[in-house]
Design a protein around this ligand. Sequence first.
Ligand SMILES: Cc1ncc(COP(=O)(O)O)c(C=O)c1O
Length: 382
Amino acid sequence: MSSESRHIPFSRPLLLGTEADCLQRALSNQFFSGNGPIAHGCEQRLKELCNAQGAVLTPSCTHALELAALLCETGPGDEVLLPAYAFSSTANAFAMRGAVPVFVDVRPEDMNINPRLLEQAISPRTKAVVALHYGGMACDMDALTAFAERHQIYLIEDAAQAIGATYRGRPLGSFGHLAALSFHESKNVHCGEGGALLINRTEMTERALPMRNKGTNRHEFLAGKVQAYEWTSPGSAYLMPELNAAFLHTQLQALQTVNKHRQKLWETYAKGLQPLEEAGLLQLPHPLPEAAHNGHLFFIRCRSAKERLQLSKQLSERGIEAYFHYQPLHLSPAGKRYGRKPMPLPVTERESQRLLRLPLYYELQMEDVEYIVHAIRDILGG
Ligand SMILES: Cc1ncc(COP(=O)(O)O)c(C=O)c1O
């Protein structure tokens, strides 16, 4: 195909072609609300995949984070440490309960929270720390686990992008008291909109049941343990509908195959662009040596914001879509209003303005990546 007619979208939702079989099973079961048999099958699979003690499907990762905030009983007077380079939902879940998100700077190599800065950010009000594994690259979980234990605070993983990734061979999602996953269509596996909360404390799993079912003990009623169900705790509607679970069930079966292909594409980018990094023309992501990522996203960092804009425009002229990512939370209107900034955040501010994400999804072919690498080399002159 000539470069003029070539179009490489930034992302394409995964469609295996076999989803209809499981959807048909859900239709035959005539079960459509939450907590259905297929949803339970997914939860079992997630427990195995992520080595988690408990797993509950939610309507999104945003809802899973909100459920995490409820389970930790964060509220007015509490603070939660999280990276300044993060998604709105990561902070909103806590801000919505009246707690203050406290912004910590990130490491430039992987854009994950810098554990060396945590001691500067902690206060007597700190209730939890959030480990957001950017692009499926693990945070320094040795340091974060030790920090949370030392200060007796909750460790919550925002593993929205991290399913199937590991740290020292152990699945992400198994480290925190709680971990939130996303199954939005932009993720490695998905169901359109969806999420899950992994729960690594038995006591919390029990408390989560009413919280996700409108604050009622309906689960006890359905199990024949009580004659009527009633309002027993704070809660909301945090169940995933069975049709979404059916779609997800099929996709979860393909997780390993999908991640493997995405990892190969990621490696091809990294290898192809390495000479440009060596020439000082751009910078590549550098996950921790203990981290095995899941190929969720690939980014480069240009030398300046201006160069990034030019590069994205020139790539677009060659039919290649490439996008920026998070705007620093502490500079956003809501971040300024609800958050606290206990330190300067130079890495977040500088790197977020230089970061450009390149296309990466299951349908993308190796030759597409080679074409993109070639285009970047051509434009930057490497
Ligand atoms: C780090 C992070 N956390 C949370 C979310 C929210 O996920 P969802 O769209 O499933 O609510 C996202 C969305 O992409 C994300 O990137």
